[in-house]
Design a protein around this ligand. Sequence first.
Ligand SMILES: NC(=O)c1ccc[n+]([C@@H]2O[C@H](COP(=O)([O-])OP(=O)(O)OC[C@H]3O[C@@H](n4cnc5c(N)ncnc54)[C@H](OP(=O)(O)O)[C@@H]3O)[C@@H](O)[C@H]2O)c1
Length: 239
Amino acid sequence: MNILITGGSSGLGKSIVEMAAKENHTVYFTYRNHKENADSICSQYSNSISLNCDFANSKNLKEFLNKIPDFNLDVLVNNAYSGITLGQHFHKTSITEFQEAFQNNILPLISITQKCLETFRKKKSGKIITVLTSALVGTPPMGYSVYAATKAYIAQLVKSWSREYIKLGITSNAVAPDFMETALTEETNDFVKDQIKDGNPLKNILTTDEVAKVVMNLMDASPQLNGVIIPVNAGINIL
Ligand SMILES: NC(=O)c1ccc[n+]([C@@H]2O[C@H](COP(=O)([O-])OP(=O)(O)OC[C@H]3O[C@@H](n4cnc5c(N)ncnc54)[C@H](OP(=O)(O)O)[C@@H]3O)[C@@H](O)[C@H]2O)c1
């Protein structure tokens, strides 16, 4: 299969890129800053192709969008996230922070998905897999209003896509992982990590490889599996 993974240079995206490359798929992945990570993945897997794009830069994004039809894609994994998870209490959060989260995450994800749908609609098949968060399960942690609201907006898109394109054999599903140790969460202190570990029924912190395996299963799944959001959190709660 031809697969595009956004934000494949680190964390969860890197795990997905590596697993897909090991299965001999052709793997296109984007990165923003970490060229050295991207180069190292490409030198290890000759079937992986890195593309530099900062989704917050409209010219950059447009150039990237123009390349997508050439990839003849079968799968899109919407994984990249621009910004931070833990912010301030809602009343201290500026309007600009909400605007930036929308501008840098939701709008690029919409443009990329629309562009991939051009290929999927022609092929009458395709899989859209989107990375959400278990912060959507129950009540989000304190300071998560921007992050959780951004992901909640995307969760609704995931469901709309599943409704609108299934007749063309195109599915849309998502994963909603619990906390993983990545660059996005590197400022989390040990006390909070211990609490997360303690709250997990398996007494483990979820790894990016564990979530990547769920994403790989979604790539292989029958189109009968559509419109689902899979929490990956050892069943702490249900979505
Ligand atoms: N870590 C967690 O606890 C957790 C839990 C649930 C869900 N998630 C979700 O998992 C996904 C991956 O996150 P992660 O934890 O693996 O974080 P990460 O290691 O920081 O990876 C984020 C990726 O997104 C790319 N990126 C960031 N800003 C970008 C921008 N403006 N334009 C283009 N690409 C950009 C980064 O590229 P560069 O590194 O090259 O800059 C990187 O490849 C996100 O959707 C996140 O919300 C994470």
